[in-house]
Design a protein around this ligand. Sequence first.
Ligand code: HEM
Length: 497
Amino acid sequence: MDITFRPGACYSIAVIFLTAIITKVIVRRIVAPRPEKGSLQPPIASGVSLVAALPTILTKGLHPVLHDLHAKLGSVFTINLFGLKKVTLLVGPEVTSHFFQAKNSELCHPDMYKFTIPIFGKGVIFDVDFETRNRQIRFAIDAMKPTQLRSKVDYMVHEVQDYFSKWEQEGIIDLKHEMAEVLMLIASRCLLGKEVREKMFEEVSVLINDLCKNGMHFISLFFPYIPIPAHRQRDKARARLGNIFHEIVRSRKISGQVEDDVLQKLIDSKCMEDGRSMTESEITGLLISLLFAGQHASSSAASWAGACLISHEKYLAAAVEEQQKIIGKHGQDVVVDYNILLEMGTLHSCIKEAIRMHSPSAMVMRHVKKSFTVQTREGYSYEIPQGHTVATSIVVGNQLPHIYKDPHVYDPYRFGPGREEDKAGGKFAFTSFGGGRHACFGEEYSYMQIKVIWSFLLRNFELKMISPFPEEEIDKFIPGPKGRVMVSYKRRLLVST
Ligand code: HEM
């Protein structure tokens, strides 16, 4: 046995011990005690407590600290950042209904979201007033309506078959990489259209990756225009993408060419109030915002869904058996369509459970324009004053033990008949896709594509995880599995039971 003295290792152990002790002390001592019932001010965790918790935040992320604060202070508490900013956390369905449902005149997206302007472009989403933004979002919601999306399953199936036909008889892959690639192919076909998919897929994928990667640095949140190399790269990619999409829109308009994709829906949409169509700049900005909102989140969700399934034999067997039954019912050669996807209840629950435990969206925030009151399940009533920033931690909210039995256990059957823990927990008990006024309208599209991918993989491959179960990325806005997720595969042909 190697018993060599290693100062580095001792130092690390000491830091970990100290961090654990400090975090416990902070949570016990520095935070203010829970106020008496009837008091209107939420309990406060001081900025000092966060500074002291910095080692935990840096090594494990913000959410373990929020979990601790929630356990100690309850479902509503304010973090006071040295008097510079007050962020009030609301956790759980009992206190988040106003958060999700309030009008924009009462709660709006905070200024911080303006970091997206150089990414989405001028004149769209966070660069315009509420009314215009709502109108633009309505255009996008219309283009992404579930009824519009049903016909896209065909394209998804085609892309998935084509992509995985390149895998050998057996081999080893990085799941994260494969999910990102195949989802980009699906997005380019279903959202961006034939021109991009057939003629410029490589260039557009690189540009979108450049745009998102270079526009999402921590510093971009506070100084989105500071002239650093990453921002210059971001602006270059945005300008080129702008030219490409403008050109496609113009050429479709001039030639009268009509395609079956989201881009076409945006070109054809008319505003209900004044009957006007969207400008080319608006269409470009909206397309980029859809990609930005959807691509990383879907890729993270598809990777977690796979990692969870492959690592849990019981549920993997159940999902495979479901595919066998579907093959038995429809025949080996029937191509999966929208209605067949609806029959994949077990697979759906397996994906949803992965997204509950590893939400790609960790937290959402709003700026309080009009103060409001919340009532906790313990009977405390708190007023959240105008000027505060309010946030809800999706990660903590999705793991509340009074809603989810053994919340840290992967148990897809919790969503099944007789349990339905998310529904029993209340309207905002499962918030991985947000909820209410700004609920994600890409939810159905995301499930569709992830189900197409995973039903295909289950039918055609035996899969085994060969790297340890991944940890969460803690340094990303949209966290996915950390590092590479290595999986071995072997071709098979699943037959009906
Ligand atoms: C697993 C994948 C996804 C997850 C976990 C996810 C999560 C979320 C969440 C939590 C919100 C609410 C944000 C808030 O309240 O501030 C949201 C909103 C939104 N999502 Fe998604 N999303 C996913 C996929 C997609 C896709 C594929 C698209 C589009 C193609 C999309 C487009 C949007 C848009 C545009 C909004 C803003 C809606 C508004 O402000 O009214 N998302 N998403």
